[in-house]
Ligand binder design. Structure first.
Ligand code: PGA
Length: 248
């Protein structure tokens, strides 16, 4: 099945009011590619201003708390992101799994919370270099996926998976094309095993050092349904060529 590609930017801890012009530029230029879904996941505090600046363009958060509300100092709930104008959120990024010690069960709870309130979710999985070099990448990522994804795909909001090898994030290194193909096929199989036919329409993004120069060959791989882009999403000049590559 060929799915419409999704190219999402992950701005991480980058973005001030002075960057709203760049967001506008990305949103305007993305309109040239109606065959691709484009989104920017910005810091929570910028979501509202970004969403106001680019009506109709998908602005997302980068994390949500699993609880609806309560005594969780410094955290952001899914309904707060939605209220601020977000239509999606990332959950389970490896930088949070690592620095904030988020485990699979917590990532799954976050995904449930976001989907239940109508936010689309990009749920990240990926292996360390040590696991890749030990030959256990596929097994590890499939197990992580199995333990992190929601019990059921919902109809209220869309789940997408991002396969992001930790060693490829921000390093300029990427797996070989056969390695990406092998992983995406294994993720697809697990999604179909878990969700039946609905698993065939969950988009699987690749993330980790995606740039204009490698995007074309990555998007040509079966079951690569888009990309989650970090560093190269901060400037329209770097990001829009990746969107163009997804348009084919
Ligand atoms: P990168 O980051 O594109 O800068 O490697 C990707 C990500 O962490 O989502």
């Amino acid at each position: 099945m060929t799915l419409k590609k999704l190219v999402a930017g992950n701005w991480k801890m980058h973005g001030l009011s002075s960057d709203l012009d760049e967001i506008q530029s990305i949103a305007t230029q993305a309109q040239r590619y109606p065959g691709v879904d484009v989104a920017l996941c910005v810091p929570a505090i910028l979501v509202e201003r970004a969403a106001r600046a680019v009506p109709g363009f998908a602005i997302g958060g980068q994390d949500v708390h699993h609880a609806e509300k309560g005594a969780h100092t410094g955290c952001t709930s899914a309904s707060m992101l939605l209220d601020a104008g977000a239509s999606l959120t990332i959950v389970g990024h490896s930088e949070r799994r690592d620095a904030q010690r988020e485990g699979d069960a917590e990532v799954q709870a976050k995904a449930h919370a976001a989907l239940a309130c109508g936010l689309n979710v990009i749920l990240c999985v990926g292996e360390s270099l040590q696991v890749r070099e030990g030959g256990n990448a596929v097994r590890t990522v499939v197990d992580q996926l199995d333990a992190s994804i929601p019990h059921d795909p919902t109809e209220e909001a869309e789940l997408a998976i991002a396969y992001e090898p930790i060693w490829a994030i921000g390093t300029g290194k990427i797996p070989t094309m056969p390695e990406i193909a092998e992983m995406h096929a294994a993720i697809r199989n697990k999604l179909v095993e878990r969700y039946g036919d609905a698993g065939a329409s969950v988009r699987i993004l690749y993330g980790g050092s995606v740039k204009a120069s490698n995007a074309g060959e990555i998007f040509a791989i079966q079951d690569v349904d888009g990309a989650l882009v970090g560093g190269a999403s901060l400037k329209a000049a770097d990001f829009i060529p990746i969107v163009a590559a997804a348009a084919g």
